[in-house]
Design a protein around this ligand. Structure first.
Ligand SMILES: Cc1cc2nc3c(=O)[nH]c(=O)nc-3n(C[C@H](O)[C@H](O)[C@H](O)COP(=O)(O)OP(=O)(O)OC[C@H]3O[C@@H](n4cnc5c(N)ncnc54)[C@H](O)[C@@H]3O)c2cc1C
Length: 263
């Protein structure tokens, strides 16, 4: 009796930002519901992105987990950050900077998402729910969100005190506020992937890569060339995360453009 009702947040999008907001708000005493249009949690896959977590991110994520050591167990330490260059076909690679006190950890997107998602109460997530629109109350103290359950086509309404737009770089919610915002081209196109080399550890390809990048397994390599740059680091379970950036003018065709806040 006399207890204040918890404030409630409606989070749209259940990827990295969505699960992180859910943890942060629950830790701050909020009720949360996450609307995610994908039908189910992503399954661990050898493809996908690598994420390099700095010390602050590691501390925050650990504070959300009932078993903080799980973060250590699903990530690899990145203790070295090395920038190197080699211009021209014949020139050997030259080290520009080498930080041996890097203190990052390398995570695979699906592993990190699974860790954060599994640490949330199950009822928080509404999978297969497409956000449609929102309206605010006259006094702007509450928000009603309209969403569609994709399997049944049922339209539902959820009331909350806060709406969080975690619906990605093409956010539909942001468009409501900034309809004319044009995403800024970052100056390059990127090819990226994760190579699962388990079972092929002794192959000539992997041996050659390890010869050129001897500190793989603990080092984040940045290769800087004229007109391109590349990032390479190892993930847990014999996986290599690579990104190759090609600097070029903004392409004509419609592509998803994004700025790269982290690696
Ligand atoms: C090609 C590419 C490669 C990248 N590679 C890397 C990398 O190697 N390392 C790295 O750190 N970062 C990388 N990034 C950037 C990274 O992916 C993003 O910064 C990060 O995913 C953003 O997370 P997010 O949760 O904000 O958005 P997203 O991961 O985009 O998630 C948005 C979520 O919202 C959901 N959603 C969208 N609209 C609705 C709706 N109407 N209703 C319900 N749900 C909705 C989507 O299904 C999705 O789950 C890459 C980005 C791209 C495009």
């Amino acid at each position: 009796m006399g207890e204040k009702k918890k404030a409630k947040a409606v989070i749209v999008g259940g990827s990295t930002a969505g699960v992180s907001c859910a943890h942060a708000l629950i830790s701050a005493g909020w009720d949360v519901v996450v609307l995610e249009k994908s039908s189910q949690p992503p399954r661990g896959s050898p493809t996908g992105a690598g994420l390099a977590l700095d010390r602050q991110a590691i501390n925050i994520i650990e504070s959300w987990l009932p078993q903080p050591q799980l973060l250590q167990q699903t990530t690899l330490p990145l203790t070295i950050d090395q920038n190197q260059t080699a211009d021209g076909e014949k020139e050997a690679s030259r080290i520009l900077t080498r930080d041996e006190d890097f203190n990052f950890r390398a995570a695979h997107w699906a592993d990190l998402h699974g860790l954060l998602y599994n640490a949330l109460p199950a009822e928080v997530f509404l999978w297969g729910h497409l956000y449609l629109s929102f309206r605010t109350s006259g006094d702007k103290t509450s928000v009603t969100v309209e969403a569609k359950a994709l399997q049944t086509e049922e339209i539902i309404e959820i009331n909350g005190d806060l709406l969080v737009a975690a619906d990605g770089c093409l956010s539909q919610i942001r468009k409501t506020f900034l309809p004319d915002l044009k995403l800024r081209y970052s100056g390059y196109c990127a090819w990226r992937g994760v190579l699962d080399f388990s079972g092929n550890e002794d192959s000539e390809t992997i041996r050659s890569i390890q010869r050129v990048y001897p500190d793989l397994g603990k080092c984040l390599y940045f290769d800087l060339r004229t007109g391109s740059h590349a990032v390479l680091y190892e993930l847990l379970s014999k996986r290599l995360n690579w990104i190759w950036y090609v600097h070029q003018p903004e392409p004509e065709q419609k592509v998803i453009l994004y700025s790269h806040p982290i690696l």
